[in-house]
Design a protein around this ligand. Structure first.
Ligand code: HEC
Ligand code: HEC
Ligand code: HEC
Ligand code: HEC
Ligand code: HEC
Length: 189
């Protein structure tokens, strides 16, 4: 009697328990992976600014606000006076625009929360990518549909290298595209 209970414990219970532990470990690893890579990060912003409205419905060009993309490393978040080109008139009486006007009048920069970020020790430059006609959406998803900005792709080293090694798979709309660099010093300068 005792022996069969032990047999059962060793031959069935134990492997089964180990199997369940392994499965739940693998599951949590993959499920929490997106979180670790910042995918899905969509913080609440100090002003409810909508890309869907401005870049989508009103078709304002990305570069009207993100003036750095074709010239330099950073895309740049627009300063309040770019908003005031329109909002000194448009929707002046709305609560969010009253808040916006307050920042403008007081000369306080809007404390927008940063969403996409590579660590300091890695080098990324918008202009080289954008000037090769790589669409913003290939890296940031379709902002024209976003009420709130949401990170849709991971910016890990693997993600950079996947596209650099095989750009035509990621950029099917470009008829000709060079490979991106894979040497360490290109991105770690
Ligand atoms: C009217 C100005 C305006 C236009 C047009 C605009 N943006 Fe933005 N964008 C902003 C502001 C303001 C923020 C910061 C607040 C936020 O995240 O919503 C921002 C944030 C972003 C971010 C996230 C920045 C971060 O912190 O990581 C991305 C990516 C972005 N914009 C891409 C685009 C793309 C692509 C387009 C064109 C399809 C576009 N934007 C058009 C004003 C604009
Ligand atoms: C080219 C003109 C233009 C620029 C530039 C612009 N907006 Fe707007 N925005 C509008 C118009 C027009 C509306 C109203 C659209 C509607 O409701 O149909 C609007 C609506 C809004 C609303 C919603 C207001 C409400 O009804 O509650 C917010 C918030 C807003 N804008 C913030 C911003 C911010 C922040 C910036 C700068 C980063 C900015 N806008 C730049 C034209 C502009
Ligand atoms: C090849 C991928 C790629 C493309 C294409 C791209 N971005 Fe980015 N974007 C990034 C990365 C990576 C970051 C984070 C950069 C950092 O931390 O220095 C970023 C950050 C940003 C930010 C935050 C502020 C900043 O400058 O760091 C904005 C705004 C932005 N991108 C807008 C745009 C717009 C608008 C376009 C298209 C005109 C675009 N991006 C095209 C990868 C890309
Ligand atoms: C969707 C594709 C794609 C993604 C994603 C991408 N790149 Fe690139 N990158 C390219 C291509 C294509 C080139 C080559 C452009 C050329 O020289 O024609 C390039 C060139 C570069 C260069 C060489 C030019 C320079 O600035 O000196 C660097 C560095 C670079 N990428 C860094 C990065 C980093 C860092 C990331 C990730 C955060 C990244 N890239 C993500 C497509 C991509
Ligand atoms: C195309 C750009 C690119 C190239 C080429 C590249 N890296 Fe990276 N690397 C990154 C980015 C972006 C990060 C930060 C994001 C992350 O942690 O994945 C990073 C992170 C790292 C880290 C931090 C550890 C980690 O994984 O978080 C190490 C170490 C590293 N890289 C070493 C290297 C070495 C060694 C090479 C050459 C064989 C290399 N990298 C080539 C873009 C690049």
């Amino acid at each position: 009697m005792k022996r069969t209970v032990l047999d059962y414990a060793l031959k069935i219970r134990l492997p089964l328990t180990l199997f369940i532990i392994a499965v739940s470990f693998i599951l949590t690893f993959y499920i929490s992976r997106a979180e670790r890579d910042s995918v899905g990060y969509a913080p609440e912003q100090p002003i409810k600014f909508s890309h869907k409205l401005h870049a989508g419905q009103m078709s304002i060009d990305c570069q009207y606000c993100h003036i750095g993309v074709s010239k330099e490393r950073h895309a740049i978040i627009p300063s309040v006076n770019i908003c005031m080109n329109c909002h000194s008139v448009a929707r002046k009486d709305k609560p969010e625009i009253i808040k916006l006007t307050h920042y403008y009048n007081e000369g306080i920069p809007i404390p927008w929360k940063r969403i996409h970020k590579v660590p300091e020790y890695a080098y990324f430059n918008h202009s080289v990518h954008v000037n090769k006609k790589i669409d913003c959406a290939s890296c940031h998803g379709d902002l024209k549909q976003m009420e709130v900005v949401n990170q849709v792709k991971a910016f890990t080293m693997t993600a950079c290298l996947d596209c650099h090694r095989n750009p035509s798979a990621y950029l099917p709309y470009l008829s000709k595209v060079n490979l991106g660099p894979e040497n360490c010093s290109a991105c770690h300068r």
